[in-house]
Design a protein around this ligand. Structure first.
Ligand code: KG4
Ligand code: ZN
Length: 334
């Protein structure tokens, strides 16, 4: 069988990325241009600046990726692009660029949902084994997903309010940690002690999550301590917050594994880079003889390799669109 090379394009937020992946599993070359330093000055992603920066760099990022792979567009079988969800202006840049390439080079255009991309980031490490439970933890999503085969997604639970990454970013801001908050709170949590009393978020029998309560508890605690003239021990608060969050994520994931009778867990999304979560889930899976697949850190946050990997399975299933593909900022994958 001939090899299939997918060119992936990702511009949904603040990373401009192009990648070439062979047969959905082997990364040939990836270029990720992060805009983080620019947005850090504003304390978060500024949508207009993000889309402008994508426009300025996307052609260069493609050229660099092709050079790195020693390939040309003639070697590419199909173009996969993130069309949903994300910032509308940012998605539009990737979608328009991919549609144009598809038209000029006469290559099939494959639409990929960003969260499906995050799930397939795992496939770049080891081929997914089914059935599995995926814990999706990103800046905009927190969900438990059941998959019994490629490209089949059943949501079994999700957040009722904030996504876990969003809660991390808000907690970071209130304890005075600069953007991007998540990784810094993770770092502080590792050097701190779990000494603050915080509620376990939505500790019930469902597969749903809720992080707004613990976020408000952190905000109230900080304000109360400030009013009393007490100093906050940032690392201890980070540790207490992180432990509560991880406890509930791991507890509900392990419950899903038992109830759905599966032996495989994967984690997906930016928060899968969290060291505490990786450690705790690894330990839990070892104790219960469950196979755990975790993406390499470089594939946890936004990148086009995961889009190209997901794009391969979509392409094989005939999920191909014409060049008037629309960007869908809030589209669900289910
Ligand atoms: O998946 P992602 O890159 O963007 C979305 O698709 O939403 O996830 C970004 C989120 C941010 O909220 C960021 O703070 C969080 O992932 N994040 C982390 C860590 N690394 C990134 N949260 C906790 N610990 C980390 N190490
Ligand atoms: Zn993402």
């Amino acid at each position: 069988m001939n090899d299939t090379y997918i060119l992936g394009i990702e511009t949904s937020c603040d990373e401009t990325s192009v990648s070439i992946v062979k047969n959905g599993v082997s990364e040939i070359a990836t270029v990720v241009l992060s805009q983080m330093d620019t947005h850090a000055k504003f304390g978060g992603v500024v949508p207009e600046i993000a889309s402008r920066m994508h426009i300025e760099s996307i052609t260069q990022v493609l050229e660099e990726c092709l050079n790195k792979a020693s390939m040309t567009m003639d070697d590419i079988d199909a173009i996969a692009v993130t069309y949903a969800p994300g910032l509308i202006g940012c998605l539009l840049v990737g979608v328009t660029f991919a549609s144009t390439l598809s038209y000029i080079y006469n290559k099939p255009l494959v639409p990929v949902h960003h969260i499906i991309g995050h799930i397939y980031a795992n496939n770049l490490k080891n081929r997914l084994e089914f059935p599995l439970i995926s814990l999706v933890v990103s800046g905009g999503h927190t969900e438990l997903v059941y998959m019994d085969k490629d490209y089949s997604f059943k949501k079994i639970g999700g957040t009722l309010d904030d996504a876990v990454g969003e809660a991390y970013d808000k907690v970071a801001r209130v304890i005075g940690v600069s953007y991007p908050g998540g990784p810094k709170v993770d770092y502080l949590a590792h050097i701190g002690k779990d000494t603050y009393e915080l509620p376990i978020p939505l500790d019930d029998d469902t597969y749903n999550f809720s992080f707004s309560g613990i976020k408000s508890a952190v905000i109230n605690l900080v304000h109360n301590e400030e009013q009393r003239g007490n100093e906050i021990r940032k690392e201890d608060l980070a540790s207490s917050f992180q432990n509560r969050v991880i406890e509930i994520l791991v507890k509900k994931t392990m419950k899903a594994v038992k109830e759905y009778n599966v032996n495989n867990i994967i984690i997906a999304g930016g928060v899968s880079a969290n060291l505490g979560l990786r450690e705790r889930l690894t330990k839990e899976c070892d104790n219960n003889n469950i196979n755990l697949l975790i993406p390499d850190i470089k594939y946890c946050t936004d990148n086009a390799a995961m889009i190209a990997s997901a794009g391969y399975y979509a392409y094989k299933l005939g999920i191909i669109t014409d060049i008037d593909l629309k960007a869908r900022p809030n589209f669900s994958m289910y």
